[in-house]
Design a protein around this ligand. Structure first.
Ligand code: SF4
Length: 264
């Protein structure tokens, strides 16, 4: 927290200052957590504010006028309305903090949005080959091939009469280069096999890769049917809020939002 200002009536005004010209959702949550901590420490906080840079401020040459340099918004109502949600969020975060080992979760969009997580360098260093996805228009070539290609490219810039050497890409001559992950897969025979089914457990971390590597090849054709049996039973249970979020997400996907709930 940046500023705690005592008011004339003895209560406190909390002000969080951001080096940003606009207010973002995460700023409100930031102030809401600060309000919670300070209030639970015994301070009587009367109001919460966010100070951002006023883009329209023009420095007149003398001292900077902080009341004009900053745009100060009163977030008291928003901060108070966030408190019930924060109770669930903080409980879950304290549960993670109390774990003996770090949770085994894959890196993803949540690591960089809305801000880059301070542990990103640590987590991304533990990437496994399964966490790396290559798009359809990417090819893997060996270093020698790449260097030969680059050397040819550079030679072509020195003389327009010399044709750059063409890269030798692994695969059958005259055929498209081999795509990652397909080298050892034999060409499927169109005859004989009319159906392939599979049943097994997919670790949550490999779900996206499972879709990309196995299902996406058939997703645009007819004949692919996927039945799912999902069980979510974390230690500590599932909050009603999370159940509601699951239902909303299912509805947004156009799926049935009927979920089975087991209670104690
Ligand atoms: S980088 Fe941060 S958000 Fe991403 S997995 Fe690691 S700790 Fe979690």
């Amino acid at each position: 927290m940046d500023i705690l200002q005592r008011r004339q009536d003895g209560r406190w005004r909390l002000i969080e200052v951001k080096s940003s010209a606009s207010m973002k959702d995460e700023h409100v949550e930031d102030v809401a957590i600060q309000y919670r901590v300070v209030s639970n420490c015994g301070l009587d906080v009367a109001s919460c504010h966010l100070a951002t840079v006023n883009r329209g401020y023009v420095h007149g040459g003398s001292n900077i006028d902080p009341w004009r340099f900053f745009r100060i918004r009163n977030l008291t109502r928003r901060v108070q309305s966030l408190q019930p949600k924060l109770v669930f969020q903080l409980r879950s975060e304290f549960r993670v903090l109390g774990m003996d080992a770090e949770p085994d979760l894959p890196t993803g969009k949540h690591c960089v949005q809305p801000i880059v997580c301070e542990f990103y360098d640590h987590c991304k260093s533990s990437l496994t080959p399964f966490d790396v996805e290559l798009s359809e228009d990417m090819y893997i070539i060996q270093r020698a091939t790449a260097e030969a290609y680059l050397a040819g490219k550079s030679a072509s810039t020195t003389t327009s009469e010399t044709q750059p050497p063409q890269p030798t890409i692994e695969g059958t001559p005259g055929m498209p280069p081999t795509k990652p992950g397909s080298a050892s897969v034999p060409t499927p025979s169109p005859a004989g096999i009319i159906r392939v089914t599979w049943q097994g457990d997919v670790p949550p971390q490999k779900w996206m890769n499972f879709y990309t590597k196995v299902l996406s090849k058939f997703a645009t054709q007819s004949g692919l049917k996927i039945g799912l049996n999902v069980e979510i039973a974390p230690e500590g249970g599932v909050s009603n809020q999370k159940v509601d979020e699951i239902k909303v997400a299912l509805r947004e996907l156009g799926l049935s939002d009927t979920v089975n709930i087991d209670s104690k």
